[in-house]
Structure formats: C-alpha cells, structure tokens
Design a protein around this ligand. Structure first.
Ligand code: NAG
Ligand code: NAG
Length: 345
C-alpha cells in the first residue's frame, strides 16, 4: 500500500518538476508577444526549428505567455538580432493539438538532426489589452486608458470613431456607446505615455485587442488629443423589500439611478423575463393587495408599458416607453414573487 502511494506520488510530481524548469520566451519582435521562439533547458535559452511549425503551435505559445490570439507563424530570419551561431537549436519539431497550456505538453522531437538558425520558429500573438475609463463620473465614462508593460497610458483620438467606442463599452460591460462631442480638456487629459493611435475598429470586435492600431508607443500625438468615451451605465434590476432576492418590488438601474416600474400592461411574460434574469424560478401571480406588502417606491419611475415576448434575456430588451416617461404613481409599482430555484436532485 505504501509502495503504491509512493508510486502515485512520484508519477504526479515527476512531470510537474520537469514543467517548472521549462520556459518559453519571444525575442526580437516589436513587443513581448511577438518574436523568435526560445525555450530554456538547463539554464540555457535555445531556439526551435520550424519543421511542422504552424498556427496551433503558435496558439500554445501565445497562451503560455499570457498573450492574445495567434496572428502569424513567422519563421526564418525575420527577428533580429539573429540567434548567435553558438546558440543551440533545442527542438527539431513541435506538434501541438492547439489546446495545450504549455509548449512542453506538445509532442516534440528533441534530437536535432537537420536544422540551422535560418529556420528558427517565430510567433506573432496579439497583445492583450486592458482598458479603463478615467476621470469621468463612474466607470463607464471617461478618458480611455490602456495598459502596456504594466503602465497605464492614453489613446490618441486620431483615427478613433464611434465604432471603437462601442468596443470599449462592450469590453467594460457598460451600456451602449453614446455619441458625444465632449473630449478631454486640460482637467481631464492624461499624463505619461500615449500608448496607442490610429485605433480602427469595425464595431463588431469583442475587445480592443482585435482592432488594428498603430504601433504601441509610436505616435506624434499630444495629451490634447486624448480620447474620451461615454457609455450608458449598465442596466441592472433587483427586487427589494422581500425575504429573498427572488421577491419584492421591482427596481431597475438606469443612468446610475434605481427606479421603479409601472404595472400598466404588466403580466406573466414580463415576470417570466425578470425571474429568469434574476436566476430565480417561475413567477407566481399576486393580487394587487399582496403586491403592496413590499412597500411603495419613492424615487424615479423609470419604465411604463413594458411588453415582452417572454423570450428576452433581459428586461432591457423588451419594448417600453422611453425611459422616465409614464402616467403612473408609485401605487402602481410592479412587485412580484418568483419561486426560488430548487437544486435538481
Ligand atoms: C470607424 O472606422 C472604421 C475603420 O476605419 C470603419 O470600419 C468604421 O465603419 C467606422 N465607424 C464609424 C461609425 O464611422
Ligand atoms: C512623427 O513625425 C515625424 C516627423 O514629422 C515623422 O517622420 C514620423 O513618421 C511621425 N511618426 C508617426 C508614427 O506618425
């Protein structure tokens, strides 16, 4: 028994040890996510021969380095300085399935029998772009900043348009991009590096890293040209005054303010959407009297004449009067009870 345990332990820790001593890096590219592939063995960095080198292999390298999507499989002498003659070629051939988390997990032919540095494998990956909006009210409005080499910097508005703003709003989980004439002024412009310029997005991209841009840190912009973006605040909803998050008076968040929903035209389909959105079970119909038990709202009445098909993922997608327009008072506030979801047994 003890022997068996030892064998299992040895089996589990063996590859782990190997793994921690194997590293990969990219050298000679325009940024840390591009360059000649080098792997470390016994404290020495060597290159990889490009036999069979393809997109799947590059995908694994990008993943291992915490970079974005693979965009190219360059090989040869593209990335200078060239590996020195005495630098070893450590791997003849790599063959990844594409889903591996590290290059070392891929099939490799380690005995190098026929290769020169003219065949060094390279990788091009996108730089993962962290983005934030600074200096505005809330996290969904402000000066656009992106992070590069652990430092936040601004984005020049040359080439920027509403489609790019849309991508930023989507990436931040904010609402829709608002067309605004506002731009950065002396009070709201940034300082430090101006990382990007000529950002051109079609508007369909999920993240800024998918948009073509100028080279990082290479532009002739000044901070007077810093980009400013405004997105709608994220929509949200909640039930208040009940015992659980699945019952109470309905409130929706719009423009950063919680308000109630009028019950004109409100019914089963609308409740279905709300219960689903809150992760609760079926709704149960309440009498007008029972609804009052949750108290009356006091702030804005945001929505009226809401009509859903029942298939919407969010109440925001249902038809309704323009935000804030209604002919109601708080005695008509929607209140409801959804059953709690019972875990399936
Ligand atoms: C913004 O620019 C991009 C690239 O030049 C273009 O594809 C897109 O249609 C433009 N969007 C708007 C709203 O003008
Ligand atoms: C910046 O300006 C210089 C001089 O006018 C020019 O040579 C260079 O190409 C410009 N760089 C960019 C990235 O536009």
């Amino acid at each position: 028994m003890a022997l068996l345990f030892f064998l299992i332990l040895a089996f589990c820790t063996g590859p782990g040890l190997l793994e921690s001593s194997s590293r990969v890096r990219l050298v000679g590219g325009r940024h840390r996510c591009e360059g000649r592939v080098e792997v470390e063995r016994d404290g020495q960095w060597g290159t990889v021969c490009d036999d069979g080198w393809d997109k799947k292999d590059v995908e694994v390298v990008c993943r291992e380095l915490g970079c974005g999507a693979a965009t190219g499989t360059p090989s040869g002498t593209l990335y200078k300085p060239l590996a020195e003659k005495e630098q070893k070629i450590l791997i003849q051939e790599v063959s990844c399935g594409g889903m591996e988390s590290k290059l070392i997990h891929c099939d490799q032919v380690e005995d190098v029998f026929d290769c020169s540095h003219k065949e060094d494998a390279g990788a091009m990956c996108k730089i993962p772009v962290s983005v934030r909006l600074v200096g505005g009210p809330g996290r969904c409005k402000g000066r656009v900043e992106v992070k590069y080499q652990e430092q936040w910097g601004t984005v020049c508005k040359a080439g920027w348009n509403l489609s790019a703003a849309k991508v930023v709003c989507r990436q931040l989980g904010c609402g829709r991009a608002i067309l605004t004439q506002r731009s950065c002024n002396k009070d709201t412009q940034g300082e430090g590096p101006i990382w990007l310029s000529e950002v051109s997005c079609s508007g369909q991209e999920g993240s800024l890293e998918d948009c073509p841009t100028g080279l990082w840190g290479k532009n002739n912009c000044t901070h007077d040209e810093d980009t400013w973006v405004e997105c709608e605040d994220p929509f949200d909803l909640r039930l208040v005054g009940g015992d659980t998050h699945c019952s109470g008076r309905l409130e929706v968040l719009h423009k950063g303010e919680w308000g109630s929903v009028c019950d004109d035209g409100w019914g089963e389909k609308e409740e279905k959407v709300v219960c689903k959105q809150l992760g609760c079970g079926e709704s149960i119909l309440l009498s007008a009297k029972a609804r009052r038990n949750f108290g009356l709202g006091s702030g804005r009445i945001w929505l009226d004449d809401v009509h859903c098909s029942g298939k919407e993922q969010s109440l925001e997608q249902c038809r309704h009067r323009f935000w804030g327009y209604h002919n109601c008072n708080h005695k008509e506030d929607v209140a409801m009870i959804c059953l709690e979801k019972t875990p399936k047994t």
